[in-house]
Design a protein around this ligand. Structure first.
Ligand code: NDP
Length: 392
């Protein structure tokens, strides 16, 4: 059906590239470009199919525009970092190409997760007849699709959403993050925030916790209330919503290390003077921590991400829980990545597939819950992320 240009060659990209390569009918040609071309070449070498690679600095719009013109893709799939989102969207507008990403824009100097910067592109994409799909990972991404599927098939009105992201697996390292350490730590150390009765309620970072019993005998974990970007788009797009919260599991060991790193200033994102040079402590910490891609062969156990959604059907209260369980070792066997990258990369490929085949189409900037969830849910079952729905 066409050609995709994938930007970024990290952990998530590794999965996207494998999954696109597994669907040659849709992704007839694949070009992978990133800041470090050798990383693109290393990913390309894992595939049985030939793909093209290129070097690009995605913060440099003229350079991006030149690459997009040369490649002439049907879609640009952005799996670089959130800092590049607006630059890549600018380049897509300049070249007339559709856009997809997995995480909302963040300004480098403040850890603020808001859609307003990207939503501000809506009219320009609409006028250009282009589509931008935001947040096509697992969370954000599949979590919104789970909610709209529940809304379509089980409830007349959604009142409460609890998104619960658990990792019951382990990589055996003293401290490591499962995706980009800088983005992960910025997110986890930010204030908690949830939506209730039309207002945002703020909580201190990781100050609200509860025990969660995972399905299918996976045991129990402590989950912590956090802010997560899909809360903003769900609050905007789900009518009747009274409360939306996001929870993530963390081991005591992870939290102990994080607390010490915070206390000594290693998670700061402002510049400090060191030996006559300016450094950002969190960027320096990232350089010391294990590369998430290196955790693939080490990680064992399972992830379980799902949405517990409560509302009304025929005037009666009903709660539906939809979840996916993903096995780190199975993912590694298939695409040489652990489940965190897998659960992000597969939905990115599915979003791209639905756009390139015209199953999901629109003009403007869209979030996942604005489309029919059924084709996406079918693809999840087909592409390695099967889900279950239970009535609680
Ligand atoms: P990585 O750090 O592993 O990979 C990021 C890649 O982007 C690297 O290859 C990096 O290049 C490249 N990159 C960074 N800056 C530039 C630039 N200026 N120009 C070109 N390439 C650049 O991150 P992950 O793979 O873990 O995460 C990728 C994205 O996925 C992030 O936006 C993250 O927030 C998102 N994500 C979304 C999730 C979801 O469920 N929705 C879950 C997990 C992640 P280099 O190798 O040279 O450093």
């Amino acid at each position: 059906m066409g050609k995709v240009l994938i930007i970024g060659a990290g952990g998530v990209s590794g999965v996207v590239v494998h999954k696109c390569a597994q669907n040659p009918d849709v992704f007839q040609e694949i070009v992978l470009a990133s800041r470090t071309k050798s990383k693109c070449d290393a990913l390309a070498a894992q595939l049985e199919r030939k793909i093209e690679t290129a070097r690009v600095d995605a913060d440099n719009v003229p350079e991006l525009v030149a690459l997009i013109k040369k490649v002439n893709p049907d879609l640009v799939l952005n799996v670089a970092l959130p800092y590049q989102d607006l630059h890549i969207m600018d380049a897509c507008l300049a070249t007339g190409v559709d856009y997809l990403d997995t995480a909302n824009y963040e300004p480098p100097d403040t850890a603020r997760f808001e859609y307003r910067w990207q939503w501000a592109y809506h009219d320009r994409f609409r006028q250009a007849g282009l589509m931008a799909l935001l947040g096509s990972g697992f969370d954000p991404g599949v979590t919104s699709v789970f909610c709209t599927w529940i809304q379509k098939h089980h409830l007349d009105e959604i009142h409460e959403i609890d998104i619960i992201d658990c990792n019951a697996g382990s990589h055996g390292q003293p401290f490591a993050t499962n995706f980009n350490p800088e983005i992960n730590i910025r997110e986890v150390t930010a204030k908690g925030r949830y939506w209730e009765k039309g207002k945002w309620i703020e909580t201190d970072p990781l100050s609200v916790k509860q025990e969660f019993i995972l399905p299918e005998g996976l045991g129990s974990l402590n989950i912590y209330l956090m802010y997560h970007e899909e809360l903003e788009s769900l609050a905007a797009h789900i009518p009747h919503l009274k409360r939306a919260r996001f929870w993530m599991s963390f081991s005591d060991n992870y939290l102990k290390h994080l607390e010490v790193l915070q206390n000594v200033g290693m998670t700061r994102i402002d510049e400090v003077e060191y030996n006559g040079q300016k450094i950002v402590p969190l960027k320096f910490l990232k350089a010391l921590l294990p590369d998430p891609a290196s955790l693939g062969p080490l990680t064992k156990g399972k992830t379980c991400i799902g949405c517990k959604v409560k509302g009304l059907q025929d005037g009666q209260e009903k709660t539906v829980y939809v979840y996916n369980i993903c096995d780190h070792e199975e993912c590694y066997k298939e695409v040489q990545s652990q489940a965190i990258s897998y659960t992000t990369g597969v939905p990115a490929m599915i979003g791209a597939k639905l756009m390139m085949t015209g199953v999901w189409k629109g003009e403007g900037v869209f979030n996942m819950e604005q489309f029919d969830p059924d084709p996406f849910m079918d693809e999840l079952n087909r592409c390695g992320l099967p889900w279950k729905a239970v009535i609680l």
